[in-house]
Ligand binder design. Structure first.
Ligand code: PAF
Length: 280
């Protein structure tokens, strides 16, 4: 695996790889890699012969009181895991300047109305920061394919919309959620939780499953949402939101909406916010 830490090294490496046949797939990450990230690489490999992963903890997507400073960083381990996964190129910028150069104006993207709903309501500006960095990575790397995880459902919808207008040549892949044995969706922030808290966190997935089953049994949506909120509170998972939306994240208020849809939930446990969803 070739490790690049500056734009110059990145460009040189990409130039050399452009002479090799096959497609280039990008997996953008913030590091602290787990099996969820590695599954993105596995999926990418089915569609592309050259894989580039980026590790960059993007300051623009963290609010003032959020965990930018304490966000788990585990460079050595990440590099080992990527080597084992036969990733071809890693771009791990030596500093933020290699992504957002002081010689160019940062093109700040606006995530619009959807960007201020659901997670965006709790984290104002978060999705503007995500879109801004992903757009920059797309500009720097110009991959054929980019892969994002379904756990961050709202993120992947917003990135899809952005890419459709700014980078229509890039195909986006959505990788299924990877869960631990007890059902908790893998996330770098799970590191903040104790074993006991992770067991409690499993109730978010249970709640999503129950809600899907109830909806399929044609129970009233209002009742399902009320039950879900009470269930989560009873398990000491403080709900930030729990909603049903269509697969494009438009509001669904009908009890028997037939199209693709998704229950999405966000809960806080011991100051750590966890998100999860089930699309059906
Ligand atoms: O999902 C993430 O890890 C980040 O939001 C992303 C897409 C790498 C942008 O920083």
């Amino acid at each position: 695996m070739i490790i690049t830490r500056t734009r110059e090294e990145l460009y040189k490496t990409l130039e050399a790889f452009s002479k090799r046949p096959g497609k280039l797939a990008l997996i953008p990450t913030m590091g602290n890699l787990h099996d969820g990230h590695l599954s993105l690489i596995k999926l990418a490999k089915l569609k592309a012969s050259k894989i580039i992963t980026t590790i960059f903890v993007n300051p623009l997507q963290f609010g003032k009181n959020e965990d930018f400073k304490k966000y788990p960083r585990s460079e050595k381990l990440d590099i080992e895991k990527l080597k084992e996964e036969h990733c071809d190129i890693l771009f791990i910028p030596r500093n933020g300047e290699e992504v957002f150069s002081k010689h160019e104006k940062v093109k700040t993207l606006d995530s619009g109305t959807l960007g201020s709903e659901l997670c965006g309501k709790i984290r104002p500006g978060h999705f503007d920061g995500v879109l801004t960095v992903v757009n920059k990575l797309f500009e720097l790397i110009n991959p054929n394919i980019a892969v994002f995880g379904a756990k961050d459902y709202q993120q992947q919808i917003l990135i899809r919309k952005m890419a459709k207008s700014l980078h229509p040549q890039i195909s986006l892949l959505k990788a299924p959620i990877i869960r631990s044995k007890n059902g908790v969706a893998l996330s770098s922030r799970n590191n903040y939780l104790s074993e006991k808290e992770l067991d409690i966190a499993a109730n978010l997935f249970k709640c999503l499953q129950n809600s899907v089953n109830s909806y399929k049994k044609r129970k009233q949506l209002n009742e399902i949402l009320n039950n879900a909120n009470s269930f989560l509170v009873s398990k000491n998972l403080m709900p930030d939101y729990f909603e049903l939306r269509d697969s494009e994240l438009n509001l669904v208020s009908k009890d028997n909406f037939e199209g693709r849809k998704v229950f999405l939930g966000s809960v806080t446990i011991n100051n750590t916010r966890l998100i999860d969803n089930i699309e059906f």
